[in-house]
Each structure stands twice: as C-alpha cells, then as structure tokens.
Design a protein around this ligand. Sequence first.
Ligand code: PLP
Length: 482
Amino acid sequence: MKRYEVLATQLANDVRSGRIPIGSKLPSLRQIIAQHGVSQSTVFRAYYLLEEWGLIRAEERSGYFVTPGAGVKETPSSTRPASLAESAKVDISDLVFSVLEAAKHPGIVPLGSAFPSPLLFPSARLLKSLAQGARSLSPWSTVSDLPPGNDHLRSQIVLRYVGTGVSVPPDEIVVTSGALEALNLCLMAVTRPGDVVAVESPGFYAALQAIERLDLRAVEIPVDPTTGLDLDALAAALEKHPVRACWFMTNYQNPTGVTLSVEKKKALVDMLAEREIPLIEDDVYQELHFGRERPLSAKAFDTKGLVMHCSSFSKTLAPGYRIGWVSAGRFADKVQRLKLMTTLSASIPAQAGIADYLQHGGYDKHLRKLRTAMRAQLASMEGALARWLPPEVRWVTPSGGYFLWLQLPDAVDAMALHGLAIQHGISIAPGPIFSATHSFKNCVRLNFGHPWEAKIEEAIRVLAEILKDPAVRANSGAGTAA
Ligand SMILES: Cc1ncc(COP(=O)(O)O)c(C=O)c1O
C-alpha cells in the first residue's frame, strides 16, 4: 500500500469506529502531519481518497468534515471500543501494518523491532549444520518429514523439554513454520467463527490479527507489568463469556516483559482445566532468561493435555529458517492435519539443519552468550533512558527477553511520537498496536536486543527531545495506562 492509502485507511477506521465522530471536522493538517509522520501531499491524497469513499466532504474555507453516512459501512460491533468486560470483534491489522511498514526501512534505529540483532546468532556454525543436515537427508525425506515433522528435530526438541523437567511425548510435537504458524494452527484447531477467545491486554498484536482473520471475538484480560495476567479478571471473564480458548504468554510477555510466578502459572492451568478450556501458550522467549534457571512454562502443570505450548528458534538462533513447533497435547492430531491442509510442511532442509545444530552445534553455549549480551544491552538501555528521559517515565526491569515497556506521562500520544520518531530514523512500537481497543496511548515498547552502540544512545536522546514537542502531548488521557 502507498503511504497515502495507509493513512486514508487509518483515518477511515477512526471514522467508522467513532473516534472521529460523524459531522466533526477532521484534525488539522499540522496535527495529521505530526501524528503520522507524513508529508502535506500525502495528507491531501489521503483526503481525496476518503472523499471518493464517501466518508468525508470538503466545505469551502472550513476544511473537511465526516459525512453523516460514514459510520454505517462496517458492522458497528467490529470497531466499537470494547470495555474489558465485553467481548468484541477485532480490527487491528491496518494499524499494525502501517506501524510495521514504516519501521522496515534499512538504516532505521530498530527500537520498535520484534527481533533481536541477527549479529548475535551463530550464522556460520548454523550454515555448517544446514549443509550437514541437508546432506544426511534421504531422498524420501520429502515424504517422511511431512507433519508432524523431522524425527531427529522432534527428538531434540523433546530433550530441551526434559531440561526443565517437563516430559513431552514426541508424538505431541508438530513442527511448524515459526511459532506464529503454531499459534495460528492451535487457534484454528479449537475455535469456530464467532467464538470468544481470551487474550492479554496489552498483548502481542499477532494474537489480535489471528482473531480478526478467523472472525472470532476477543475478550481482553489486563496484564500488570509487575505481576502479569490478572487472574481475578480472567475468572470473571470466564463466568461472563463462553470463552473457547485462551492465548497467553507466561514468560517475558510481549510487550510488558513480565513473567508469571510459578504459583500463578499453576493457578492459571488449574482454572482452565476445571472448565476444560484450552490454553495456547506462546513461549518464544523462554530460553532468554537472565537468571540461572529457565522459567517453567504453564505446560509443566498440564495434566489434561489442554495446554498447547508454542515456541520456535526465531528469537534465539535462526529467525529466517522459520522453524517452530507446538507441543499440542490432546490437540496434536488436529493441529497436524491443519498443518497438512494449510502449508503442508515446514522447510525440510531447515528442519534437518536445526536438528543437526541442536545435537552438535553447541546451542547451550550460544544461549549463555546470548543471554549475557542481552543482560548487558538491558543495562545500557536503562542507563540511557535514565540519562535522557524525564523522571516521570516508568518501566519495570524484565528478568528476560528483550523488551522494555515504557509508561510515558499521560498526555503523551505514542502514535504521534511514533510518527515523529520515524522522521528522525527511529522506530518504536506504540502502545495502541497491543490492544483491540487501541488503548495504552501513552505507552511504547522498546527493543534492547541489539548490541549497544552510539546511535542507539543518540536515538534515546532524540526521543527525549521529541517528547517535548507539543504535537506529542496531545493525548486526551482516555485509554492511557496509569
Ligand atoms: C510473542 C511472540 N510470539 C510469536 C512470535 C512469532 O515467532 P516466529 O518468528 O517464530 O513465528 C513473535 C515474533 O515477533 C512474538 O513476539
């Protein structure tokens, strides 16, 4: 999509959701330019498109106004801001895509990225394993390695579970194209269109996108940056809604970085088991712990086969290989069939290569180095934040992963901050992409997964400057995180 089309789509969503009410005047040119980081001509082209769509009309010398029929194009429930107690259809993709697209340019300081630096991965050693793994494949592997996947890889994955004292039968493991596919297949396995799914708020936007794509409804459960998922709110939601599945992160949650205590993990599994509700557990950061011990997953407490534990090698070893898996409990057969029906198989040479690396490449040694690097980068990032940002900015130091969730002063509009930061060659992940209701307007997620260098320190200094711009202090306060 061109920039003006992205902008027009965002504004159309604002109109349809009522954030820009019928009859009201569109925000001024200056405000739009500051908020979205676009040029004047992009704004004009977006306005012409909105006019073509019949959503706005120009009034001579007064500006552009939302037309009376503009709000009825979509089903009202799809974009209605849902209170946490309600379930709602989800409409998040346009916002997420526009933020991700803006951050894709090479040379940008990637504080908004979801990935760690590829320079931290043992790519040369991995290539050796890829060659070795591919050489060892039989010509029949195109058949034998179809889902559930390459046997050698699945047995290596089982061994990693043993390392946390969790016993998972190899038959439960289905190899997928990254964790994202595992998560999506699990959701497809346990829901039908219209079903209600409990997700975290703030939570990983891909969960919201999957819910949107499968025509499900979301009920958002609050996540506290210090204590994690609010189990009382979850219990209340389960009473009120026919929740068919939960999609939660238990370790180093994206975006807050919070980890649930062992007691909470167990209580969560018990609560869902009592009601026979499946838990799709997204655990892609589990190996990135800063303490000595790898944290337990909720899967460790699963006695009924209801927990589908999803992970991958994307955050720790090889993002581009697209190899993930799910330990799918009682849903393993269904997930395996869905995998066959959708994308048939994960890349067979990549599976063999990662299996060879896990057995011979020194994965644990690499992980120890990676964790040490992340810890050092966190310290540098926290130092820079303390040096440059105003003292009202708050965050909780995570015990693993590579995300920091900043709560900025209430008046800060993270979308406007994002727009201006992009103009300065810096990406950030603004809070509204992490909730179905576009809340967390004063929050941002920062990535500390890149080796520290002067340009990151400079980016933090520039962000602090941008924070002083009145265009960034335009948030009404609604939908902020306290
Ligand atoms: C929380 C979370 N889950 C899943 C994924 C997707 O992982 P993969 O690249 O293995 O598909 C990501 C990637 O950003 C993520 O942050």
